[in-house]
Write a protein that binds this ligand. Structure first.
Ligand code: ADP
Ligand SMILES: O=c1ccn([C@@H]2O[C@H](COP(=O)(O)O)[C@@H](O)[C@H]2O)c(=O)[nH]1
Length: 587
């Protein structure tokens, strides 16, 4: 994380702030930037998010302090402000009527659903996806819709009772209290509640005298004793700067620890782990039977002289074979149907809980194969790119099927995770981690690929020993290459020798017609097969373009004859391999 701080690189465009809860006056905000670097170690286990808890009286300036921290941390991929406002209890009709008459005590600690608050915060801190309730101050009521949140590196919690509950306090890495003069708080509250919460001055004062003031004296102010730092509620720029410096220092220390952890995985341990991986691979890796027919297919696909049309045809064919093999790992459900003769036939049915998730760069070709075998299977996508400098994967976007996003169903879902090849295993590990963070069981994940480098098996199974991998081939070599790039037209991705799907999308957008047109023609020939647009790629197009509008695809530039190589990026290439599968398939 420190790396970004000292590296005001133009590659990291300024993050965008978005309010993610539609209820009027919502204070919850999330800041997203170019991508999320691994939030887990090589053991696959999550590193916890950093959590700051901010308490203080109503209108003391908690939200303003939280927003100031959020803006100052703009080099962190995802910073989230989580407001206690979302966690007010659901109210009965009688309670709502009392609230409108200023007769409901909304300033008592019991007015907040602290256990739900703590549960959601715990999930987020541990890197898991969660669903946050929404609350309307205008209606004094919890709203039916929930908000799905996933992937915060820093969480800033704010609320009058944020330091009240021991359950919440235990989750904070830093506790802050905003101390403000009572008159100032009241003046600010009147102004805000009239403007934003649909209230009148009489009602506000009534509520203040009955509940707000006594709550502040009895609960809120006394909770300041738990704070590590007291920040004034006005003229507080210096205090906020000190606070931000402290948070940055803490984040730096964490990232150093992470790097140290990686470095500590010395050769000895790697050997032990590697032999464990070998044991696992016997059970967990399913290599297609190396028949003459399959070897013939692989020969065509590996042959550099194979035409693009043939490459697409045989890649599609191979993906259906891999999918069929993967389906043998999923238990069938008995199903009885009536034949046209009216006779019962006792057969088997598909698994309703089965979904596909394509790793975009190059899972696209596999999605076609999956659709050929199971026509209506939901297929989601994850856009994972490699940081060209560090080679580390970055999660840019995930668009998962509903059954994975819902905490009620994710534990039952079986996922076919699709990528053309697995070189270092870094992108696969990130995608698996995302699925686990949503509650998918490790043993319910099957990774499907054409080709895998031997050492990727060790890395992935060391971290996630219960997943299955189904592959058509295992290659011995994985070579690091340094590919020249032009900084102003930097390519992201291309790890493991794969083509870069997102970059192709950007490229497709920037070059008028050409590549897209060609792709459309190929799609037209495939009846019943989804194009990459339908498979979700298109949904990634707008944000990626907006956030990375500087980026163009350097190879496309090369073709146009541009030069100006500026630096080198790291890429890992499987050997003997099949080359850039995505490029050969799409371009
Ligand atoms: N440091 C400050 N200086 C001047 N006005 C402030 C300051 N902090 C907050 N305010 C104003 O006070 C009001 C309440 O602030 P807010 O941060 O929403 O309070 P809280 O979240 O504690 O209820 C807002 O109108 C805000 O603009
Ligand atoms: O339905 C509701 C729920 C709460 N309140 C008041 O909100 C403040 C806390 O919000 P801040 O943003 O921290 O000021 C609390 O004092 C409650 O009285 C409400 O009016 N209606």
């Amino acid at each position: 994380m420190a790396r970004h701080q000292h590296d005001p690189d133009h590659l990291h465009p300024r993050p965008q702030l978005q309010s993610w809860i539609s209820a009027p006056g919502s204070k919850n905000e999330v800041m997203v930037s170019h991508g999320r670097a691994p939030w887990y170690g090589p053991d696959g286990k999550n590193i916890e998010a950093y959590v700051v808890g901010i308490a203080g009286g109503s209108a003391s300036g908690k939200t303003s302090v939280a927003r100031a921290i959020l803006s100052a941390l703009n080099y962190i991929p995802t910073v989230l402000i989580l407001s206690q406002d979302s966690f007010y209890n659901a109210h009965t009709d009688e309670e709502i009527e009392l609230a409108f008459n200023n007769d409901l005590d909304l300033d008592h600690p019991d007015a907040i659903d602290s256990s739900l608050f703590a549960k959601c915060l715990m999930d987020l801190k541990q890197g898991k996806a969660t669903e946050i309730p929404t609350y309307s101050f205008v209606h004094h009521q919890r709203m039916p819709e929930k908000k799905y949140i996933y992937g915060a590196s820093v969480i800033i919690v704010e609320g009058i009772m944020a330091l009240q509950s021991p359950e919440l306090r235990d989750l904070y890495d830093l506790k802050v209290f905003v101390n403000c003069d009572s008159d100032l708080m009241l003046a600010r509250r009147i102004k805000r509640d009239v403007q934003e919460r649909g209230r009148d001055v009489d009602g506000i004062l009534d509520q203040y005298l009955r509940f707000v003031k006594s709550s502040y004296d009895n609960f809120v102010q006394p909770s300041s004793r738990y704070a590590d730092i007291i920040v004034p509620g006005s003229s507080n720029q210096l205090a906020i700067e000190l606070l931000v410096t402290h948070v940055k220092r803490q984040l730096d220390t964490r990232s150093l620890r992470f790097r140290k952890m990686l470095a500590q995985m010395g050769d000895d341990e790697a050997e032990v782990q590697s032999s464990k991986g070998e044991e696992h691979s016997d059970k967990q890796v399913v290599l297609l039977e190396q028949t003459n027919q399959l070897l013939g297919l692989m020969t065509i696909l590996r042959d550099r002289t194979t035409s693009r049309g043939d490459f697409i045809f045989y890649a599609d064919r191979l993906s259906t074979i891999v999918v069929e093999k993967a389906l043998t790992l999923i238990p069938c459900q008995p199903k009885t149907v009536k034949t046209p003769l009216g006779v019962d036939y006792k057969g088997t049915g598909g698994d309703d809980q089965l979904v596909g998730v394509s790793i975009l760069r190059s899972g696209g070709p596999f999605s076609h194969g999956l659709r050929r075998v199971i026509r209506d299977i939901p297929i989601g996508g994850m856009l994972i790119q490699s940081d060209p400098k560090t080679g580390e994967p970055l999660l840019l976007k995930s668009d998962l099927p509903h059954s994975i996003k819902s905490t009620e169903t994710s534990g039952e879902v079986k996922v076919l995770l699709l990528d053309s090849q697995m070189g270092t295993g870094a992108a696969a590990m990130m995608a698996i981690r995302v699925l686990l963070d949503h509650g998918v069981l490790e043993s319910n994940i099957i990774f499907l690929t054409y080709l895998i480098a031997k050492q990727a098996i060790h890395s992935v199974l060391r971290a996630f020993p219960s997943i299955h991998i189904v592959t058509a081939a295992i290659d011995p070599g994985l070579d690091e290459m340094h590919i020249p790039y032009n900084r102003s037209t930097l390519v992201l991705g291309e790890s493991a020798g794969e083509a870069d799907f997102a970059v192709r999308l950007i490229d497709g957008d920037l070059t008028t017609g050409g590549l897209e047109g060609e792709r459309e023609k190929v799609d037209d020939q495939r009846e019943g097969v989804q194009s990459e647009k339908e498979l979700g790629a298109d949904r990634f197009k707008v944000p990626i373009k907006r956030e990375m509008e500087e980026l163009k695809f350097s190879r496309a530039r090369e073709r146009r004859g541009d030069d100006g190589a500026f630096g080198e990026k790291r890429a890992w290439v499987i050997s003997p391999g099949m080359g850039h599968i995505g490029d050969r398939y799409y371009m």
